[in-house]
Structures are given as C-alpha cells and as structure tokens.
Design a protein around this ligand. Sequence first.
Ligand code: DX5
Ligand code: ZN
Length: 214
Amino acid sequence: MVMKLSASILSIQHDSAIKEKISKLLNSSINYLHLDIMDGNFVANKTWEYNEMVNLLPKNIKNLDVHLMVNDVKKYVYDFALLKPVYITFQLEAVNNPLEIINLIKEHDIKVGIAIKPNTPISFLNDYFALVDLVLVMSVEPGLGGQKFLDDSVKKIEELYSIREKNNYKYVIEVDGGINDRTVSYCSKCDIIVVGSFITNGNYEERIKQLKAK
Ligand code: DX5
Ligand code: ZN
C-alpha cells in the first residue's frame, strides 16, 4: 500500500486505557495519529478540548493529523496549533470565510486541510484547491466511529484525483470513515486513509498489516 495510514482514536475515546493504547498506536507502523475534535455543536458528539488532549499525548509528538468538527473553528485552530500538528483540517460547512481559516492555519506553519461532508459536492471547493495541502473526503457522516463506508465517496475521490492531475494542484487526498480491509480497495487513488474502529477493535499490528497488504 503506497498510501499513508492515519489512525483515529475516536472509538477508544471512553476507554480507561486510552493513554496506553495511544502509545501502542504510536509505536506501530501508522504514519499519523488522527485526532477527531468534536464540539457537540457541529456534530452531536463531544470529544477532547486541548487541555484534555495534551494530557493523553506524549510530549513533542510529531505526526498529528487534527480533524476539527467544530463550529468555532478559529478557537480550535489556536488551541490545537499548540500541539504543532502536521495537518489541521476544518469542515467547509462550518465556516463563512474559508480563506480566513486557511490563512490562519498557514500563519502557524501548519499544513491546511479542508473537509467536506458526504452531501457536499466537490465543486464547493473550487476556490480553495490551489490553496490547501489536503482535501478530506468524509466517507461517513461526521460524528461517530464504526459507521459504514458510503460508496458515493469513490466518485468524489476520482473527481478530486482528476482535478488535481489536470490543474497540477498539490493537495493530498485523504478519506475518512468506514475504512476496513474490504473498503480500503476503493481508496487506491487516495494518499492518506483514516482508519479508526477497524484497527482499534482488533489486534493493532494485525489490522494494520491487513490494510497495508491491500
Ligand atoms: C468521524 C471521524 C472519523 C472516524 C473514523 O466523524 O471523522 O475519523 O473516527 O472511524 P471509523 O474508521 O471507525 O469509521
Ligand atoms: Zn476524522
């Protein structure tokens, strides 16, 4: 598997051993740790504020992939920039002025990701393709782990791939939600896959191997 693997810890949010399980993930062959930050407003679920997250992570962690599913995007950008993540990705649907958020993340020397929900067409991103480092296709409705991969996501991935090739854009394509050893084969044109419950519900190394074998 050429693509990179970003492991989501959403499904172990309430696990009493989450800190140890995060270290186990970080010692595995994943490329990024995917943090699903939810405010209980943009999505019904509430996950971690900055001060909770920082207590769960080793100091100076280098491979964070932060996914903001929040309404007050600016506040969370300022907070989570403190963790020096590789990416901060926000939901297009949560903001009035995506350009302002793109510039705010860039000012922190962090790579910018923009995410769209399953019902948001690719065309809504037209003004931002040239400006972002990552486009995240949500292959489930944001908010929960363990959901079923929405097959329509494949068309969006194909579209993003051909738009990038045609225009020589630099964004990487990430897909997030419902990815397992079967649905991973739909993601061959992606650069990064986000996998949560398929890994955290099983033996981590074994599940990671199964994904990489595809
Ligand atoms: C859903 C999150 C996803 C989710 C993926 O809102 O953005 O990252 O945790 O989990 P699985 O792989 O279990 O669908
Ligand atoms: Zn996510």
